[in-house]
Design a protein around this ligand. Sequence first.
Ligand code: FES
Ligand code: MG
Length: 593
Amino acid sequence: MKKLRSRAWFDNPENIDMTALYLERHLNHGLTREELQSGKPIIGIAQSGSDLNPCNRHHIILAQRIREGIREAGGIAFEFPVHPIHENSKRPTAGLDRNLAYLSLVEVLYGYPLDGVVLTIGCDKTTPAMLMAAATVNIPAIAFSVGPMLNGWFKGKRTGSGTIIWKAREMMAAGEIGYEEFIELVASSAPSVGYCNTMGTASTMNSLTEAIGMQLPGSAAIPAPHKDRGAMAWRTGKRIVDMVHEDLKPSDILTKQAFHNAIVVNSAIGGSTNAPIHINALARHIGVDLDITDWQKLGHHIPLLVNLQPAGEYLGEDYHRAGGVPAVVNELMKKGLIHEDAPTVNGKTIGENYRDTPILDDDVIRPFGTPLKSDAGFLVLRGNLFDNAVMKTSVISAEFKDRYLSNPDDPDAFEGKAVVFDGPEDYHHRIDDPALEIDEYTMLFMRGTGPIGYPGAAEVVNMRPPAYLIKRGIHALPCIGDGRQSGTSGSPSILNASPEAAAGGNLAILQTGDRVRMDLRAGTVNAMISDQEIARRRAELDAKGGYPYPDHQTPWQEIQRGLVDQLGDGAVLKPAVKYQRIAQTKGLPRDNH
Ligand code: FES
Ligand code: MG
């Protein structure tokens, strides 16, 4: 049997002084030498739940069952806190903290006596932050989801996380509801513990963590309050101990095939536009070649099977009842779209795990032959304003299609006047200003909202039209920007434009009134201005020091701004990528005394 790395702390005959030092303090709350020197694996529980992260807070309860599973299998649990990341409360963005939590967890997993770890995933960025760290350190790791909230209801209709806000703000702008009903309507969408119940970034990333092989089959979609969630916590705790004995590591699971499976599943579930950012970041940290254009190549032709808001009508409870990730993967497998040999944390392959897991409600999860939409994956667009940007085509509405994509001579293209906003404050301030002369053929641009500009990349590119247009029945205009968009938004925006304005991207030189043409077949978005004019404006802006962004407010904002990559490349910390599989390549850290 392989020597456990925790032995170097608790049972090192070559340095008994240090062994004594490491042991004595861990004995001070009642753990015994018998346990710590027994050769049992020490298993970390990376605890992401706290009062600051209500989405993951239920992990505090579930961790008890994880511990019991670890004990049952002959391991010892060491629970520790992860830097909190809460999507809805962290200012200026939770995106800023993903890489901070990543860095911190790398230090913890590498620098403490841990032989394996359970990653308690859930709220949007908690999932990628922890997976990325496990990839960099590469000790045995298993993810455990907190599960989605129960369905929200208001006056007999399902109200979904986030999605209801985008709808309610339109209703308020149109004068249909007042402040009280606005708040009541939005709050109805969050009836229990758990993460967002729509197919937003949380459901997406939790589903993809299962599809990529990093959590137990059937785990992702179980609602947080269900008894099965507790049972799965126990099974996960049991399993990680065996993984340590088998030396089954993230690098064994996160293969190129696994990433390709994740892209295919993302299209079928109608996954968030944040997925390419996080999945590409994970690929870079484990050392798998994955490009932003792979998302279109491998994912665009895949149909939308999962009928969840914002692309469809149902919510998390329904997804689980209909079979969750296993049913989706099974359906895709039948069409030969999944690499069945990809290994998973339970020691079996994707094919073995999901061969017998059919759809249980075919309105919630559609059979391949009767999807909600065909060709539902992302388009990756480029042009003279940016090198790459992502468009979620599964949420293109009939209204949108009719208005912008119905010219019989040019069915995939649209040309309009640009109205440009510098950040969300500028947009909120001016969107209803009649002087902008926004009509139904205007394209709204948002810049200054990328990883450097904001910082952390804000989810602000989905902009509602002016109130006077909503009253006339215009519910969506084309939106393009260098920020992100909430996964719960149904807006078919063009997002994550890289490079961002603050990193020298040409969105910085676009002006209100410029004509812009998007061509979805050609995969381009181009401002209809000459190269000379672009060069002239660029020189003028550069002479002023480039596109401005606000002062750093914290040390981390400054540090991250100096090191972060663009959204199309996963927004990773550039110097971090060269540190690969450090538990194997860097040996153990030195003793501390
Ligand atoms: Fe935490 Fe959506 S805000 S999961
Ligand atoms: Mg969000």
